[in-house]
Unconditional design. Structure first.
Length: 428
């Protein structure tokens, strides 16, 4: 089942008049305040964030998983779901695969299938945090004690080869980046040597980097803990930067918003990495305690606004051309509904960040006036930009209200009939 613009227009026909009235009202306020409302709508309209293939299924914890039915059973069905999401939001043009959770038998056929569904391939994700047989065909070489940081050269070699395979697959799918997140670290003090572990990872990443095609990026993704609970080899942005520098010129750092200890100033990290030209991409989610993978903006919306403001500054008024992906786990919500809400939150934050009067903010900063600076930020953050975001979606042929349209169209009901109530997607 493909969701079409016509279907969306039909289920939303009674909303259009209200939307147009709301839009006029917001546009009037904007114009009076000297805001280029049209530029905001068009910027939101052009933005796209990848959906991860593993997040179209229900998430879970180590305690349990409660699938709600109609989950995609194959990689093609995952692409169908991303196409449905994109039809509703107009802002999820790509999917990010995770190998070997996604291991297509015929990459060219998959490429064609996705193209026909209007979906492209974003950054490829390798997986050396679980044992898998994709490289060797057996489990003789194990990642139990790490992959790229392992003391055993044969394990490190397998980890590098796995990444090279993922690059090869990505080439056939038209992707242009590889994201490396490692579980490597220590669970016990003294288990390994910090420096030797780091140098081994740097060396492996360098080898992977040298296999990158022109125009590709290698992303290093840091995370403070889990699955390694005493130390991780790449726990923070500083280590991530050192690894990216050691890997080579095409390497960049990727910031997953949930991969920071509580209260870390993520917007400052964004600024630092951009300053040294090593900021590469984002995994959007939110966190209360750890790597909770909650809906972006659901816990710390103001912090998220400040992060997007840093991005808009880097992009000189619009979102810079980086790699964006939603990395959330939908334990209770319908995965597509949560992805639609996440996409909407990002769109709202982009619009708000673009409303910030940056010259006024800079003037307040340069005259040591924090109260004025706060007023400038609040003027944007407290503005209701929802009609602008809805209009951006409408111009893309998507939905004014994706979640309600999704329910009215009955996509999940239809998928549950087609795929079964007990179907489950592969992933964590
Ligand atoms: C990790 C990290 C990676 C993601 C895996 C599934 O915590 O966020 O980006 O690929 O989870
Ligand atoms: Mn991530
Ligand atoms: Mn994570």
């Amino acid at each position: 089942m493909r969701i079409t613009t016509e279907q969306i227009a039909e289920v939303e026909s009674d909303r259009v008049a209200d939307h147009e009235a709301d839009l006029r009202a917001v546009a009037d306020v904007g114009t009076r305040r000297g805001v280029d409302v049209e530029a905001v709508i068009e910027a939101v309209r052009h933005f796209s964030v990848a959906a991860p293939s593993w997040a179209v299924g229900t998430g879970g914890t180590r305690f349990g998983r409660f699938p709600s039915g109609g989950e995609p059973r194959t990689i093609e069905e995952k692409i169908d779901d991303v196409a449905a999401l994109h039809a509703l939001t107009g802002a999820n043009r790509t999917v990010s695969l995770h190998v070997p959770w996604d291991d297509p038998e015929d990459p060219e056929a998959l490429h064609t299938y996705a193209r026909e569904a209007g979906i492209g391939f974003d950054a490829m994700n390798s997986n050396t945090f679980q044992d898998n047989s994709s490289t060797t065909g057996d489990f003789a070489v194990s990642y139990k004690f790490g992959s790229m940081a392992n003391a055993d050269a044969a394990v490190r070699k397998q980890a590098v080869e796995h990444n090279l395979e993922v690059i090869e697959l990505g080439k056939r799918l038209g992707a242009n980046a590889l994201t490396v997140w490692l579980g490597d670290g220590m669970n016990h003090p003294g288990q390994a040597d910090f420096r030797r572990q780091f140098e081994r990872v740097a060396d492996c990443l360098h080898q992977v980097h040298d296999a990158l095609p022109d125009g590709w990026r290698l992303f290093t993704e840091h995370k403070p803990y889990e699955p390694a609970f005493y130390s991780s080899v790449n726990p923070d942005w500083g280590s991530s930067l050192l690894l990216a520098q050691a890997a080579g010129a095409q390497a960049r750092c990727l910031v997953d918003l949930g991969h920071h200890l509580p209260n870390t100033n993520i917007e400052q990290i964004v600024s630092r990495l951009a300053m040294v030209r090593r900021l590469g991409g984002f995994h959007f989610n939110d966190s209360k305690y750890g790597d909770d993978d909650l809906t972006v903006g659901s816990i710390h919306p103001y912090q998220f606004f400040l992060i997007v403001l840093e991005l808009v500054k880097i992009g000189d008024g619009a979102m810079p051309d980086l790699s964006y992906m939603i990395d959330a786990s939908h334990n209770l919500k319908d995965p597509l509904e949560d992805l639609a809400q996440a996409t909407d939150q990002i769109q709202v934050s982009i619009a708000q960040a673009m409303l910030v009067d940056r010259p006024a903010l800079e003037a307040a900063q340069e005259s040591n006036d924090p109260a004025r600076a706060a007023e400038v930020l609040h003027a944007a953050y407290r503005a209701d930009v929802r009609p602008l975001v809805a209009e951006a979606r409408r111009r893309n042929g998507a939905a004014l209200d994706p979640l309600t349209a999704f329910r009215s169209i009955g996509y999940r009901k239809e998928m549950t009939r087609e795929r079964g109530a007990g179907s489950t997607a592969i992933g964590l």
